[in-house]
Design a protein around this ligand. Structure first.
Ligand code: GLP
Length: 232
């Protein structure tokens, strides 16, 4: 793992966009995409950049169960709003949150992922160390699956909804193993709320209780953060 610390978020996001652009220049064609507040400034930078994804494929990490792609808090809507409207891909895949059988949908999504190995994966991190929607305790061997969201995750994401009651209770997410298959991973952790999870990752405290700690076993991970080392 390589960590780069920034004293300003502007500098961090300039660097993040440069890493994505460089990955594409070096031949990445299949991109794993993430959502959340953390990714918004990155997508804003990418939208302004001279980069064309029209020959590329994207896979999103996750989607809420029960939200249509037209729902403003669905990740399908988020992706259109923040990236795809300006930078369309040849094909963009997200799990279908309205699938009649979510387990079957998870299997379908995983099969698609296995047909199109991800070259470059973007990742945020939850306050409890989740990646995608893989909550603490998820097996490191997991593939795309249906999850019940932790109360703390619903609380953290409630800021995007009118009230916490509107936050879905389930989601479909790539599994940890699905994420780890990516050739290169860029994780962005911004803000004090992510400090504890990030420190556990950096301490390579390899435990399924903090999903992101699996990254210590990946050969090609870059972490960008605006958090400085404590006491520095
Ligand atoms: C959600 C997403 C994650 C994301 C995390 C952090 O739960 N499923 O993929 O990394 O939240 O979100 P934020 O960037 O808004 O802090």
């Amino acid at each position: 793992m390589r960590i780069e610390r920034f004293s300003s978020q502007a500098a961090l996001y300039t660097r993040a966009a440069a890493i994505v652009i460089e990955a594409k220049q070096h031949g990445a064609t299949t991109f794993g995409l993430a959502t959340g507040g953390t990714m918004e400034p990155l997508y804003a930078n990418i939208c302004k950049a001279a980069i064309d994804f029209s020959q590329c494929i994207s896979f999103n990490l996750d989607e809420y169960v029960g939200l249509a792609a037209t729902h403003q808090q669905s990740y399908a809507y988020y992706m259109h709003k923040h990236l795809f409207h300006a930078k369309p891909f040849q094909a963009s895949y997200l799990p279908n949150g309205l699938a009649a059988d979510p387990q079957e949908e998870a299997a379908r999504y995983e099969a698609l992922l296995q047909q199109h190995p991800v070259d470059f994966q973007l990742l945020g991190i939850g306050q409890n160390g989740h990646i995608g929607f893989n909550e603490p305790g998820t097996s490191f061997d997991s593939v795309t699956h249906l999850v019940t969201l932790e109360a703390s995750t619903r609380q953290a994401n409630a800021r995007f909804f009118q009230s916490i009651d509107e936050v879905p209770t389930q989601a479909l997410t790539m599994g940890i193993q699905s994420i780890m298959r990516a050739k290169c991973i860029l994780l962005i952790a911004v803000g004090e709320a992510k400090r504890e999870a990030l420190e556990r990752v950096l301490a390579a405290d390899y435990t399924e209780e903090i999903p992101a700690t699996v990254l210590a076993k990946h050969p090609n991970v870059i972490i960008l953060t605006d958090l400085q080392e404590r006491g520095v």
